[in-house]
Design a protein around this ligand. Structure first.
Ligand SMILES: NC(=O)c1ccc[n+]([C@@H]2O[C@H](COP(=O)([O-])OP(=O)(O)OC[C@H]3O[C@@H](n4cnc5c(N)ncnc54)[C@H](OP(=O)(O)O)[C@@H]3O)[C@@H](O)[C@H]2O)c1
Length: 331
């Protein structure tokens, strides 16, 4: 089968022939139709995560996608051959930029029937990230006031729609040219991060969802009510997550120092700091599929590339200027 991978950190993506994956018990083999680019894909290829996540070479690339169940491993009863599905793979077992992918069935969900494979492929990683950040870490409920940074990004365009379906009041940051789209997605307040200061515009918020990084933390805390929560998906994961993946003393020490600094900054503002490293979950993805089928969430696609063009798709993502998701189509 054709697949995308790297043979060393920092090298260009190679497209070559690989064996179709084995099918262990409990797994399904998926004939891939589309996958999406997430910044983690090119960050891994650059070597940015090598202290935390230890992958053997060649590193297969691609973290989520959509396709058709081709074969069932022993013991799989929740899917049938021919089912149209979408999924986020386990973070240590990537490779969705390929013609076939094998995955534990509990990480898979039926594709929303009202979405194409390309649209469905845009959802899993950003959808699960939004649900886990806002609901699990942030405790979002109906009426919560939420600030979502980078509303025009892959995560942001999903998170705004998701928060609105949950009954939240949503503020977001974006550049002017994104305002029309974000209004359409349901944002109640849009702040132009290039000309306005969030701390002058917003106050009394329950949750800040940070997809930009440490540079926005201080101002973000000023928008929170006492006891409010800042959930970030950038920077170093929390100490428990680091210990789960990394064994090195130095890595753990750097994480502890970083997290202690983050906690102190939050405390100074009377707020709570949380980091999320998202995880794959087929059950949560089914919940998201139901919202999509109810017409409450739609896919926002920035651009589409062929499997041979993964490197070009990475270059587009690295600009940090994409609006919604970048898709890889797979024949
Ligand atoms: N830890 C986790 O589990 C996890 C999960 C998912 C994502 N992430 C991380 O979250 C980050 C965002 O992911 P993504 O997929 O949403 O990225 P993305 O799609 O590449 O985000 C691009 C968008 O960000 C906007 N943007 C850039 N700088 C901004 C700023 N200072 N303020 C407001 N908007 C800004 C851009 O809008 P303009 O062009 O208008 O500036 C653009 O639309 C990435 O670093 C990713 O690795 C982490």
């Amino acid at each position: 089968m054709k697949a995308a991978y790297i043979n060393s950190y920092g090298s260009n993506v190679e497209i070559g022939e690989r064996a179709v994956p084995d099918l262990p018990p409990g797994h399904v083999l998926i004939k891939m139709k589309a996958a999406s680019v997430n910044p983690i894909d090119w960050k891994i290829a650059k070597g940015d995560l090598k202290a935390l996540l230890k992958f053997p070479f060649p590193i297969m690339l691609g973290s989520d996608g959509a396709g058709i169940v081709e074969q069932l491993g022993d013991g799989v009863t929740d899917f049938n051959v021919g089912d149209e599905v979408f999924f986020r793979c386990h973070k240590m077992d990537m490779g969705t930029f390929a013609q076939y992918f094998a995955i534990p069935s509990e990480l898979v969900a039926l594709k929303p029937s009202n979405m194409s494979f390309e649209e469905a492929a845009s959802i899993p990683l950003v959808g699960l990230t939004s649900l886990q950040a806002l609901k699990e870490k942030g405790g979002m409920g109906s009426g919560s006031k939420i600030l979502i940074h980078a509303g025009a990004g892959g995560v942001g365009t999903f998170a705004i729609q998701y928060a609105k379906t949950c009954g939240a009041y949503v503020a977001t940051t974006a550049s002017q040219k994104r305002f029309a789209l974000l209004k359409e997605l349901g944002a109640d307040v849009i702040i132009d991060y290039r000309s306005q200061k969030i701390e002058n515009e917003l106050s009394g918020y329950d949750i800040v969802f940070d997809t930009v990084g440490e540079a926005v933390h201080d101002a973000s805390y000023k928008t929170l009510k006492p006891g409010g929560v800042l959930v970030t998906v950038l920077g170093i994961p929390d100490n428990d997550t680091v210990s789960e993946y990394a064994s090195g003393f130095v890595v753990k020490l750097v994480a502890r120092l970083h997290n202690s600094k983050m906690q102190k900054q939050a405390k100074k503002h009377g707020a709570v700091y949380k980091h999320l490293l998202m995880y794959a979950d087929g059950g949560q993805l089914s919940e998201i599929a139901a919202l999509i089928e109810a017409g409450k969430i739609r896919a926002i696609i920035d651009s589409t590339f062929a499997l041979d063009e993964v490197q070009a798709a990475f270059e587009r993502s690295k600009t940090g200027r994409s609006q919604g998701k970048i898709i890889i189509t797979i024949d």
